[in-house]
Design a protein around this ligand. Structure first.
Ligand code: SF4
Length: 264
């Protein structure tokens, strides 16, 4: 009789590195970032379009914050990633591990096996950054998460519209033990009616869930290369925050601070 072999879980990565979180609730904290390849959305303002397809190789920082990357072929195995994270996790440096991308939930089967091991090896909280549209995959990994930053896509800014998916995704987070916040990227083209609808959807779930308005860092769109995405004016942001605060309790405005620091 032949012995049954169990396949080792693999994933496709872009990079692993240690940095200061520049967005949302965890801004300013030190994290180990695991950036997964692949995304099924095509946001007009995407600053990680290099994740949309699987690169042949990924880059892995040897020591935290030193940018001394080594290169490995994709896909990588669960045990390789576990060793790289343990190597990054020097005592007292990091506050948490950030799962980012791309869309990390496209790797849900891998995460279900990887997250319990990395939690027990590092004792670090696990934070998920996500497009907020894959509820089924969220349900698979939710038991291993501590916090979730859910992007809320406005069609007027991103070209994507996922309101029903955002509603079920946010409800699942709210009904669980995780800490959740919503991030909305705004540009000078933001439709205020869409912003109000987004705030109302959050309020209908739980009006205490914080919303972070993130003025876009201006860039040439990777989707429409003839289009330049421009940040909103200070006056626009002041008005929008006021309107949304009539609907939900917390609306904070934070641009991408890691870009101000000229950080990765
Ligand atoms: S969800 Fe994130 S990675 Fe995917 S296209 Fe939008 S901004 Fe880019």
């Amino acid at each position: 009789m032949t012995a049954k072999t169990t396949a080792i879980a693999t994933a496709r990565l872009v990079e692993v590195f240690s940095a200061i979180q520049g967005e949302g609730f965890n801004v300013g904290t030190r994290q180990i970032f695991i950036r997964f390849a692949l995304c099924d959305l095509r946001c007009h303002f995407c600053d990680s379009a290099n994740t949309w397809n699987t690169p042949d190789t990924c880059r892995i920082e040897r020591s935290p914050g030193s940018r001394d990357f080594e290169v490995h072929s994709n896909p990588i195995t669960l045990f390789m990633l576990l060793e790289w994270i343990k190597r990054q996790n020097i005592p007292n440096l990091h506050d948490s591990i950030s799962l980012t991308g791309g869309e990390p939930l496209l790797h849900a089967s891998f995460l279900v096996e990887f997250l319990p091991l990395v939690r027990s090896a590092t004792r670090l909280p696990i934070y998920l950054e996500t497009g907020g549209h894959r509820t089924e995959q969220l349900a698979m990994v939710l038991p291993y998460l501590d916090s979730v930053g859910m992007d809320f896509k406005l069609e007027s800014v991103s070209g994507e519209k996922r309101f029903p998916e955002h509603a079920s995704f946010l409800k699942l987070c709210n009904d669980s033990q995780v800490e959740v916040f919503v991030k909305i990227i705004v540009s000078d083209q933001t439709d205020v009616a869409e912003l109000q609808q987004a705030a109302q959807l959050v309020a209908d779930t739980n009006p205490l869930i914080p919303i972070f308005l993130q003025p876009v860092t201006p860039l040439a769109s990777p989707v429409h290369t003839d289009k330049y995405i421009t940040a909103p004016s200070p006056d626009q942001v002041l008005v929008w925050q006021g309107i949304m605060k009539r609907i939900v309790k917390q609306v904070r405005v934070i641009p991408q601070t890691h870009k101000m620091l000229n950080q990765l």
